[in-house]
Design a binder for this molecule. Structure first.
Ligand code: CAA
Ligand code: FAD
Length: 380
C-alpha cells in the first residue's frame, strides 16, 4: 500500500490551504454572523478550478481525481464549511451527475459554465414530506409529449438562490413508485419557478438554503437526465459520490478544530503550566488526533475506490458516518479545551461546532448511512 500523495496532489492541497488562509479566513466570522454567501470567494474558487475538479478538461474542468477533490474539501472545510459545501454540491452532485449520466448536448451546454464557476448548480431531491424517505416524492413532472410540466416544492436546497442550474428530481409515473421518477435540468428564471425565503440556520450560515416552488414550469424533454424513470437511481448513484465530499468536509471541520485546540493548549496557562501539560487535556488531543486519522483513512479509501472503479456505496457511507461523528465529537472537545474563549466567536471553534452538526444530517442522515452500510454488508 502506498499512502504517499503525488506531487500534483500535494500542490493542489497546498493551493487549497493557501486559499483558505488568505481568502476564506479573513471575513469568515462576519459572513457567518450576517448569513452572507461567499460570492467573491466562490468566483475565485472557480478561477482556481475548484468548482469542476473532476470534470473532463474538454468541458472546462480540471480533470483531476477524487482524492485531489477530497484534499481540497478538507483544507477549505478547516476554515469555512459554508464555502466548502458550494464546492461539494457543485462538484460531486451537479457536475458529476451531468457528466456521468447526461447526454453529450447537456454536457456541452451546462458543464463549461458550472466547472468554471460562471454559474453554480443545485441538487433538488428533498421535499417537506420526503427527506430520508426519498422515494416518497410529491413533486410531479407530467409528460406532455415534448416537455414536462413540473409542479411541487423542494426544500432545504443548498445554493438555492445563488445557483443558475438546478437538477430537480420529480415523479412522472406515480403508479411506478421509484421507477417512475425523473431528474430534470431546470434553469433559473424559468416561468413559474420561485425561490422561497432563506433558512436561518444553526451552522453553515454563509451557505444559502432555500425552498423552491415549481408552478406549472415547462421543462423541455431534452432536459431529462437518462432514460425515462432513471431519476431515483440517478439520485442514489450521484449521492453515493456526494457523500465522499461531505465526509471530507466533516474531516476538515474536525481537523480545523483540532489544530486550533492544540495550538491553544500549548499557549494557555493554568496552575503554573500550559494546559497541554495537564493529562486530561493531552488525552483529549490524543483521542482527537487518533479519530481524525482514522476518519482520514476512511475518506481517502472511499475516494480511492471511486478513482479505481471499485464500488464506493459502502466505503462512502462509512466515511460519512464516521467522519461526521468525529467532526461533532472533536469540535465539542475543541470548545472545551478553549474554556470560556471557546464559547465566543473570535476563536472559531464554536462556529466549527455549529457547522459540524450538518454533516450528520445532509446527504443522508447518520441513520440513513447505517441503513446503506447494513444493507451492503448483509446483501448476498
Ligand atoms: N445505486 C444504485 N441504485 C440504488 C442505490 C445506489 N446507491 N441505492 C438504491 N438504489 C436503487 C435500488 O436498487 C432500488 O432499485 P430496484 O428496485 O430497481 O432494485 C431503488 O433504488 C430503491 O431503493 P431502496 O428500495 O433501497 O429504497 P428505499 O426507499 O429503501 O431508500 C435510501 C433507500 C438509501 C434510504 C434512500 O432513500 C436514501 O438515500 N435516502 C436519503 C436521501 C438523501 O440522502 N438525501 C440527500 C439530499 S441531497 C443533500 O442533502 C445535499 C446537501 O445537503 C448538500
Ligand atoms: P427526516 O427524514 O424526517 O428524518 C428525521 C429523523 O428520523 C432523522 O434523525 C432521521 O435519521 C430519522 N429517520 C428517518 N427515517 C429513518 C429510518 N428508516 N430509520 C431510522 N431513522 C430514520 N436536500 C437536497 O435535496 N438538496 C440540498 O441541497 C440539501 N441541502 C441541505 C442543506 C441543509 C442546511 C439542510 C438542513 C438540509 C439539506 N438538504 C438538502 C436536506 C437533507 O438532505 C435532509 O434534511 C435529510 O436528508 C433528512 O431529511 P429530513 O430533514 O426530512 O428528516
Amino acid at each position: 500500500m502506498d499512502f504517499t500523495l503525488s506531487e500534483e496532489q500535494l500542490m493542489i492541497q497546498q493551493a487549497a490551504r493557501d486559499f483558505a488562509q488568505n481568502e476564506l479566513l479573513p471575513e469568515v466570522i462576519e459572513r457567518d454572523d450576517a448569513q452572507r454567501f461567499p460570492s467573491e470567494q466562490v468566483a475565485k474558487m472557480g478561477e482556481l478550478g475548484f468548482l469542476g475538479m473532476m470534470v473532463d478538461p474538454k468541458y472546462g474542468g480540471s480533470g483531476l481525481d477524487t482524492l485531489s477533490y477530497v484534499l481540497v474539501m478538507e483544507e477549505l472545510s478547516k476554515v469555512d464549511a459554508s464555502a466548502s459545501v458550494v464546492v461539494s454540491v457543485n462538484n460531486s452532485l451537479v457536475c458529476y451527475g451531468l457528466e456521468a449520466y447526461g447526454t453529450e448536448e447537456q454536457k456541452q451546454k451546462y458543464l463549461p459554465r458550472l466547472a468554471t464557476g460562471e454559474t453554480i448548480g443545485a441538487f433538488c431531491l428533498s421535499e417537506p414530506e420526503a427527506g430520508s424517505d426519498a422515494t416518497s416524492q410529491k413533486t410531479t413532472a407530467i409528460d406532455k409529449g415534448d416537455h414536462y410540466i413540473l409542479n411541487g416544492t423542494k426544500n432545504w436546497i443548498t445554493n438555492g438562490s445563488t445557483a443558475g442550474i438546478y437538477l430537480v428530481i420529480a415523479q412522472t409515473h406515480v403508479d411506478k413508485g421509484h421507477k417512475g421518477i425523473n431528474a430534470l435540468i431546470v434553469e433559473k428564471g424559468a416561468k413559474g419557478f420561485e425561490i422561497g425565503p432563506k433558512e436561518n440556520k444553526l451552522g453553515i450560515r454563509g451557505s444559502d438554503t432555500h425552498s423552491l416552488n415549481f408552478n406549472d414550469v415547462k421543462v423541455p424533454k431534452e432536459n431529462r437526465i437518462g432514460e425515462d424513470g432513471f431519476g431515483f437511481k440517478f439520485a442514489m448513484k450521484t449521492l453515493a459520490g456526494g457523500r465522499i465530499g461531505i465526509a471530507a468536509q466533516a474531516l476538515g471541520i474536525a481537523a480545523g478544530a483540532y489544530e486550533l485546540a492544540k495550538k491553544y493548549a500549548k499557549e494557555r496557562k493554568a496552575f503554573g503550566t500550559e494546559i497541554a501539560n495537564h493529562q486530561a487535556i493531552a488525552f483529549k488531543l490524543a483521542d482527537m488526533h487518533t479519530q481524525i486519522e482514522a476518519a482520514r483513512h476512511l475518506v481517502y479509501k472511499a475516494a480511492w475506490d471511486k478513482d479505481n472503479g471499485s464500488d464506493y456505496d459502502l466505503s462512502g457511507a462509512m466515511a460519512k458516518l464516521y467522519a461526521s461523528q468525529v467532526a461533532m465529537e472533536t469540535t465539542i472537545e475543541a470548545v472545551q479545551i478553549h474554556g470560556g474563549n471557546g464559547y465566543v466567536k473570535d476563536y472559531h471553534v464554536e462556529r466549527l461546532m455549529r457547522d459540524a452538526k450538518i454533516t450528520q444530517i445532509y446527504e443522508g442522515t447518520s441513520e440513513i448511512q447505517k441503513i446503506v452500510i447494513s444493507r451492503n454488508i448483509l446483501k448476498g
